[in-house]
Design a protein around this ligand. Structure first.
Ligand SMILES: Nc1ncnc2c1ncn2[C@@H]1O[C@H](COP(=O)(O)OS(=O)(=O)O)[C@@H](OP(=O)(O)O)[C@H]1O
Length: 519
């Protein structure tokens, strides 16, 4: 069609004047894009923002949140040491974490977000008296939004208010457009950075603070070769994380986009030694929601370990996701007054698991391990100083069977509802029922069923059938020693000795156990 001279090249669009001219529309679009781009760059790379921003990364401990901006879920709302508390009544930053300062430089080198940093931080708590009274802390209890902010916190909020609102708006916009920085980075990193299984290697916290390379963090450029699960298994690490991806999604799946890291235990098997603590923890570990330290850590009872500090303690824990709970077992804690105090200081809402056994059988079990022969065994529990033999109540092995005495010590700090008692023969005979009760007590989804145990008719003990790898796994035979037949007189002496203490225990627990001599 011939265009008349002077006719505009722009096609006239009927209706609003804004839409009439395509050029105006293009200009507007370009200008808006520029604004968005500049905003995005300033939002993401602003030195002030980055300096103050601490996101918790894969396996990374919130070493010093006090000066950082903490990501709570998708929001980066507060800059004070905010811990979003899940399950605990208090959320405060411990001195032992704070003393290892986390510089802004380090923070920048690790500013990629774990899926749920708010939950991830929960375990890092150690309410020290100092931390509790310091005015800059914000306590958030379970499921609640921040309600009170200290003077410092408020000032920081004011200072940050505009940025937060603005940041949140922009963040929401970018997310909607699928351009969200951290999510995008997360997506890329999940391909380039090690899978959870790879993290078994070495000290997780340190490997996750890689040196800078050419302005980019090593994290963004370095590729760690995946390791074959068999190779990882050789390292004797717990496989729950290693195989986390192998569980049927109906059974367990790690929270999306989240990377695991080491957390303080949320539950501890504190005892009682020689009552089946190893069997108990091994059974519990079958739940994909429970991860456990591999060995007895003896952190709270032994000076040599306690002096290594809480960082060391946490570094002994396996990696976990926020929907898993970490447990540890050290039977010596049951008899340790310091363990009571220190565990209370670490987490006063921790769950404690105690497995008890007929104290006479327990004493023999320990004596067998100490001495090995029947004649020697008698020296462990009998005193023949004057006249007739009697139970040696000065012996630690004997004393440790007075459960009520030690349980009262724990009850001076913890409530009975925090302590779950398992009776050893119940675990031996009905492991599934006991495990299901424990899953309930620990608040993890019920997954363990009769399919997870297998009766070994030779030993008379149940073995484990984990979900993955689904192989029958039994405890080493050394864990089930044959006890020598006790002379009836010794047996009577021991039962008489413990009877009074057992009765006190039963009335404390409102529960009786069938502990009596075998006929
Ligand atoms: N499934 C199951 N249920 C309950 N008890 C079991 C189970 N398997 C082993 N055992 C018995 O546990 C005893 C060892 O206890 P611990 O594992 O607590 O010992 S230790 O304190 O860790 O050394 C040890 O007792 P003794 O054989 O009498 O020494 C085991 O027989």
């Amino acid at each position: 069609m011939q265009r008349a001279p002077g006719m505009s090249l722009i096609r006239k669009v009927p209706g609003s004047s804004l839409w009439r001219d395509k050029t105006t529309l293009t200009r507007l679009f370009l200008a808006w894009s520029c604004v968005l781009l500049v905003t995005y760059i300033s939002y993401t790379y602003s030195p002030k923002y980055r300096r103050n921003r601490v996101e918790l990364g894969q396996g990374q401990a919130p070493r010093e949140l006090g000066q950082g901006r903490v990501m709570v879920g998708k929001r980066s709302v507060l800059r004070a040491p905010v811990i979003h508390n899940v399950g605990e009544s208090e959320a405060v930053l411990s001195r032992h974490i704070a003393h290892r300062s986390f510089t802004s430089h380090e923070a920048q080198g690790s500013n990629w977000s774990s899926g749920k940093p708010d939950e991830a931080t929960v375990d890092e708590l150690n309410p020290s008296p100092q931390a509790k009274t310091s005015g800059s802390l914000l306590n958030i209890s379970e499921g609640r939004e921040p309600t009170s902010v200290s003077a410092t916190g408020r000032k920081q909020q004011q200072e940050w208010g505009a940025r937060s609102v603005y940041g949140n708006l922009m963040g929401a916009l970018w997310r909607r457009l699928g351009l969200n920085g951290s999510r995008e980075t997360r997506g890329k990193l999940s391909q380039a950075w090690p899978s959870p299984a790879d993290l078994w290697d070495g000290d997780v916290t340190d490997t996750l603070l890689p040196p800078k390379q050419g302005g980019k963090t090593a994290r963004q450029t370095q590729r760690i070769e995946p390791k074959h699960p068999a190779e990882l298994r050789k390292k004797n690490r717990h496989w729950t994380i290693e195989y986390a991806g192998q569980f049927s999604p109906a059974l367990f799946s790690p929270p999306k986009g989240e990377y695991p890291f080491q957390r303080f235990p949320k539950a501890i098997i504190i005892g009682v030694g020689k009552c089946g603590t190893r069997a108990l923890i091994e059974f519990l570990k079958m739940s994909p929601y429970i991860v456990a330290a591999n060995s007895e850590l003896h952190f709270f009872d032994l000076d040599v370990n306690f002096e290594k500090g809480h960082d060391w303690y946490r570094s002994q824990m396996p990696l976990s996701y926020s929907n898993q709970i970490t447990i540890e077992k050290t039977p010596m804690y049951f008899w340790s007054p310091r363990a009571v105090e220190e565990i209370y200081k670490l987490n006063r809402t921790i769950r404690l698991i105690v497995i008890v056994r007929d104290p006479v059988t327990r004493v023999i079990s320990q004596a067998v391990r100490l001495q090995g022969t029947q004649s020697d065994i008698r020296n462990v529990y009998l005193s023949r100083d004057q006249g007739d033999p009697r139970v040696n109540n000065g012996s630690r092995t004997v004393d440790w069977g007075i459960y009520v005495k030690y349980l009262r010590m724990w009850l001076s700090r913890f409530s009975l509802s925090q302590i779950h008692i398992v009776e050893s023969s119940d675990l031996k005979k009905h492991p599934v029922q006991e495990l299901q009760k424990l899953e309930k007590f620990l608040g993890v989804p019920p997954t363990l069923t009769a399919g997870n145990v297998f009766l070994n008719r030779t030993s008379g003990l149940y073995c484990m059938v984990p979900f993955f790898p689904p192989q029958v796994t039994c405890l080493p035979p050394g864990k089930n020693k044959v006890h020598p037949q006790l002379p009836p007189r010794d047996q009577k002496l021991l039962y008489d000795f413990y009877q009074e203490h057992n009765e006190r225990l039963f009335s404390l627990l409102h529960r009786r156990f069938p502990w009596q001599p075998a006929h």
